[in-house]
Ligand binder design. Structure first.
Ligand SMILES: NC(=O)c1ccc[n+]([C@@H]2O[C@H](COP(=O)([O-])OP(=O)(O)OC[C@H]3O[C@@H](n4cnc5c(N)ncnc54)[C@H](O)[C@@H]3O)[C@@H](O)[C@H]2O)c1
Length: 260
C-alpha cells in the first residue's frame, strides 16, 4: 500500500482565509509542507506572519488568481521548485457568497466570473498539478457545497459552479484511474468569520436557531473540513475512495422541513 512521504506537500487554493486558512494551519500542524495560493496578498502575508517559525519554514504563499492560467502555472512550478514534490491539491478557492442578482438582472459578466473562478479554477489547478501528482501517486480534494444539491433563491451561478465541481470530480477520477484519486467535500454552513484577514475578521456568535437547525446541534468549523480533507489525501485511510463527494453539514440536508 502506498503511504505518504515523510514531509508531504499540499497546494491549497484560497489558502489564506476561511476554510483554506483552516486547512493551511491543520496541514502545517501535522508536518506537511503547504503552498497557499490566494488572490488576496494582504491575507496571504498575514497568514504566513502569524505562523510560528518552524511552520513558516514549511509554508509558501503565492499570490494569484485561480482562473489566470499563468498565475497557476507559476505557483505550482514555484511549489515544486521549493519543496521538491507535490502530494496533494485542494481546490478550495471560490467566490464564496452564494447570492447574486435575480436571474433577469444577473449580468453575463458576473455569471462568467463565478463560473470561471469556482469551476474554471478547479480545471486549471488540476491540469497543471496533475503531472506532479502522477509522479507521487497523489490525490485531489475539491471543495463543492451542499448548494450543489439544494438552493435558496438567486443563487444560480454559485449552485451551478458547485454542481459542476461534483460532476468534474467523478469525471477526473475516471480519467486519472490508477494514477490520482479525486474526491470532493460538500460543506454546509461552516463559520469562517474568525478566519479572515484582520481587516475583515469578526468574532462570530450563533443563536439557538442557528445551532438547532443542525441535527448535531452546532454550526461547522474549518477544522471539521480540514480533518476530512486530510483523510481524503491519505492513501492509507481513503485509498479505496475516488470520484466521491462527501457532505459535511451537521446533518442539515437530511432534515425534512414542512411549512407550519
Ligand atoms: N463557509 C461555508 O459555509 C461554505 C459552505 C459551503 C462551501 N464553501 C466553500 O468553501 C470554500 C472556501 O469558502 P470560505 O467560506 O472559506 O470563503 P472565504 O471567502 O472565507 O475564503 C475564500 C478564499 O479564496 C480566495 N479567493 C477568492 N477568489 C479567488 C481567486 N479567483 N483566486 C485565488 N483565490 C481566491 C479569497 O481571497 C479567500 O482567501 C469555497 O469553495 C466555498 O464555496 C464554504
Amino acid at each position: 500500500m502506498r503511504t505518504l512521504h515523510q514531509n508531504p506537500v499540499v497546494f491549497i487554493t484560497g489558502g489564506a482565509q476561511g476554510l483554506g486558512l483552516g486547512m493551511t494551519r491543520h496541514f502545517l500542524d501535522r508536518g506537511w509542507c503547504v503552498a497557499l495560493f490566494d488572490l488576496d496578498g494582504d491575507a496571504g502575508a498575514e497568514a504566513i506572519a502569524a505562523l510560528p517559525q518552524d511552520r513558516q519554514d514549511r509554508a509558501l504563499f503565492v499570490a494569484g488568481d485561480v482562473c489566470h492560467e499563468d498565475d497557476i502555472m507559476r505557483a505550482i512550478a514555484k511549489t515544486v521548485a521549493q519543496f521538491g514534490r507535490l502530494d496533494g491539491l485542494v481546490n478550495n478557492a471560490a467566490i464564496a457568497h452564494p447570492h447574486h442578482d435575480a436571474i433577469e438582472d444577473l449580468a453575463w459578466q458576473d455569471w462568467q466570473r463565478v463560473i470561471n473562478v469556482n469551476l474554471g479554477g478547479v480545471f486549471l489547478a488540476t491540469k497543471h498539478a496533475a503531472p506532479h501528482l502522477r509522479k507521487t501517486g497523489g490525490a485531489i480534494v475539491n471543495i463543492a457545497s451542499t448548494r450543489a444539491f439544494q438552493s435558496e433563491t438567486n443563487s444560480e451561478a454559485y449552485a451551478a459552479s458547485k454542481g459542476g465541481i461534483v460532476a468534474l470530480t467523478h469525471a477526473l477520477a475516471i480519467s486519472f484511474s490508477g494514477a490520482i484519486r479525486v474526491n470532493a467535500i460538500a460543506p454546509g454552513w461552516i463559520e469562517v468569520g474568525d478566519f479572515q484577514k484582520s481587516a475583515n475578521r469578526i468574532s462570530p456568535t450563533h443563536s439557538d436557531t442557528d445551532r438547532n437547525q443542525h441535527p448535531v446541534g452546532r454550526v461547522g468549523t474549518p477544522a471539521d473540513i480540514a480533518q476530512a480533507v486530510e483523510f481524503l489525501l491519505d492513501p492509507t485511510r481513503s485509498g479505496f475512495m475516488t470520484g466521491e463527494t462527501i457532505r459535511i453539514d451537521g446533518g442539515m440536508t437530511h432534515k425534512m422541513i414542512y411549512a407550519e
